[in-house]
Write a protein that binds this ligand. Sequence first.
Ligand SMILES: C[S@@+](CC[C@H](N)C(=O)[O-])C[C@H]1O[C@@H](n2cnc3c(N)ncnc32)[C@H](O)[C@@H]1O
Length: 187
Amino acid sequence: MQSSPDEARLLQMLIKLTGARRTLEVGVFTGYSLLATALALPDDGKVIAVDVSREYYDIGRPFIEKAGMVHKIDFREGPALEHLDALLADEANHGAFDFAFVDADKPNYVRYHEQLLRLVRVGGIIVYDNTLWCGTVALPPDAPLSELDRLTSAVMRDLNAMLAADERVDVCQLTIADGVTICRRLV
Ligand SMILES: C[S@@+](CC[C@H](N)C(=O)[O-])C[C@H]1O[C@@H](n2cnc3c(N)ncnc32)[C@H](O)[C@@H]1O
């Protein structure tokens, strides 16, 4: 489930280019993209990272410790929608984040988008993973796909159409990894 190395390098470059200090991650798994994020942040930077499974995170944690990055990571266990809502409940968090990476729970990407547009500052970046879903978004409707692929592909097609029409963000979709969409908050 982990991101590819080229995607991790892209995340790091975006974090460095934007001078991000406070970031969010939705979907940690064993922490590959999380470690990449932490390594790119300044020493006083912080990433709030949410996953429904602490078990996965604990598998990768020794590597995060070895890299000396534990102090930059605030891991929160549970459904991301709830954790982001909890952050939104405190007005001090509105526009307080510079960068967010979303890589979990594909059917709720549209809902994460609304939450993150309030949490990430104007000029900040939101990155969505898997937006090409193995290229299936470009297949005809009658293409033979598993039920999971058919549903997720439809979710990603809807998301891509929504983002392309969303005037609150600048959008750039890259055909690396499984499709990576970068949004820059405009208003
Ligand atoms: C694709 S993996 C994340 C991979 C990670 N970003 C990386 O690059 O190594 C997706 C993760 O999302 C988590 N997840 C699934 N549904 C979730 C939800 N509703 N809220 C938070 N995390 C969720 C899963 O437990 C899984 O670890």
